[in-house]
Design a protein. Structure first.
Length: 297
């Protein structure tokens, strides 16, 4: 199983004085974008920097809606689509009608995952093989009602209940047909290591969790994790995963997972097996979790 990575970069905004520059552009994480009519930051107070002609920076605190008015733009309307999602009611089981969309959300979320791109560095091969891989790894979650999606399928997690296994025959076929010959032995060692680290007791297994890169930082990964882990706690059953990106590990640790080993062979990136005991209650003081794509949770 493989999870997407996390990122720590916070969105940064700058207010451009309309008397100096008339573009009305806001800068976020190094990219410029015009303020949209949906105004996702309406009413949220942020630290901004006002640009002045002599190049000096004078810190001030403004509301984005005030900056919009100063720029002579209409006040934006709040859009629910831009709100940070904080309700567990946003989580639902994916049925057959949205199975394909769920799979493609995971494909997007893993587009930069170290292990996935080591497996299929060519983007065309990745797009051909990854949907099949997802179906073999976690497709049985759909039949058991444990394929969960957040919002409008902007995030997804495929959980396998106790005693439900991955489709190993399908995985064998995918690896044989799609992997480069020079990494087949390394992948075989990884898969054997994964089998050796799986708990012998009944457990919930998370092979895949991902968020659409366009919706990172909205708390979707946290919602998906909490939703499933609540069920684990209610039934007193452990949860298990393998993290395919070291940057994911702190995210999973905040949800109670502990590192139980490392799997690596040859040229492969490391896989980190992680186990979580039931009835864990995360600390309220833990920082907000933000699964983002680099690849995530």
């Amino acid at each position: 199983g493989f999870q997407i990575g996390r990122g720590s970069a916070e969105a940064r905004q700058e207010y451009v004085d309309p008397s100096i520059a008339y573009q009305g552009a806001f800068v976020r994480s190094g990219r410029q974008s015009q303020p949209s009519e949906t105004g996702g930051d309406l009413g949220r107070e942020t630290k901004c920097t006002r640009r002045v002609p002599v190049g000096a920076s004078i810190p001030l605190t403004v509301r984005c809606v005030d900056a919009m008015l100063l720029l002579g733009r209409p006040m934006p309307k709040q859009s629910p689509e831009n709100d940070i999602m904080t309700e567990e009611s946003d989580i639902r089981s994916a049925n057959a009608n949205i199975r394909a969309s769920t799979v493609w959300t995971i494909v997007l979320g893993f587009a930069a995952d170290p292990l996935m791109r080591w497996s299929w560095p060519d983007p065309r091969q990745y797009l051909r093989s990854m949907p099949q891989f997802i179906d073999a790894c976690g497709g049985r979650a759909f039949a058991h009602g444990t394929a969960y999606v957040a919002g409008e399928i902007r995030g997804a997690a495929l959980w396998l209940p106790p005693n439900v296994q991955q489709d190993e025959e399908a995985l064998d076929a995918i690896m044989a047909l799609s992997l480069r010959p020079e990494i087949t032995e390394d992948m075989a060692h990884l898969r054997r290591g994964m089998a050796e680290h799986r708990p012998h007791e009944p457990h919930w297994y998370l092979p895949l969790i991902a968020v659409d890169p366009n919706w990172i930082g909205k708390g979707l990964g946290t919602l998906l994790m909490k939703y499933a882990l609540q069920r684990c706690d209610e039934n007193g059953i452990v949860a298990y995963l393998e993290s395919s990106n070291p940057e994911n590990i702190p995210f999973y640790q905040r949800h109670g997972f502990k590192v139980v080993g490392e799997i690596q062979h040859g040229s492969s990136p490391p896989l980190t097996p992680m186990l979580r005991t039931a009835s864990f209650r995360p600390s309220k003081a833990a920082p907000p979790d933000r699964l983002v794509t680099q690849t995530q949770a």
